[in-house]
Ligand binder design. Structure first.
Ligand code: FES
Ligand code: FES
Length: 145
């Protein structure tokens, strides 16, 4: 079956084996946007977080059919020039270490900002895991937001 997804304001029509294919596989393997990462596959780590209609979603467990007709934003669509406030704060604080968790982390932070959160509210809301332990820099970056 074919599905059409709106990702970063572009419509992509892609063939999926069945409607329960995780959104993450479609974004990465069929659309080719590999910024969104696979970590745990069980909604624990947050590496796969994307924005769907302004809300954070774990794309590793979201059926692709649930995403049809909705506005999906991935790390590639957050800004074209690293100008999103979260990206600027991340660059100022040099947050990433290996970087693997960071796309999902930034998308969760971007959703919290969109929901009107600031500073510690963002830190308290974002539950993404970072194996490298960059949490102190994340807290500093969020304190500027
Ligand atoms: S890969 Fe989706 S929450 Fe970890
Ligand atoms: S920067 Fe390496 S897992 Fe977070």
């Amino acid at each position: 079956m074919n599905v059409t997804l709106n990702v970063n304001n572009v419509d992509y029509t892609v063939p999926v084996s069945d409607g329960s294919m995780p959104l993450l596989w479609v974004i990465r393997d069929l659309i080719g946007l590999t910024g969104t990462k696979y970590g745990c596959g069980i909604e624990v780590c947050g590496a796969c977080t994307v924005m769907v209609d302004g809300q954070p979603e774990h794309s590793c467990v979201m059926d692709v059919t649930s995403a049809v007709g909705r506005k999906i934003t991935t790390i590639e669509g957050l800004s074209s020039d690293r100008s999103h406030p979260a990206q600027k704060a991340w660059i100022d604080q040099q947050v990433p270490q290996c970087g693997f968790c960071q796309p999902g982390m930034l998308m969760s932070v971007a959703c919290a900002i969109k929901a009107g959160r600031h500073g510690n509210e963002i830190v308290n809301e974002v539950k993404n895991l970072c194996v490298c332990g960059t949490y102190s820099r994340i807290r500093k970056a969020c304190s500027k937001l």
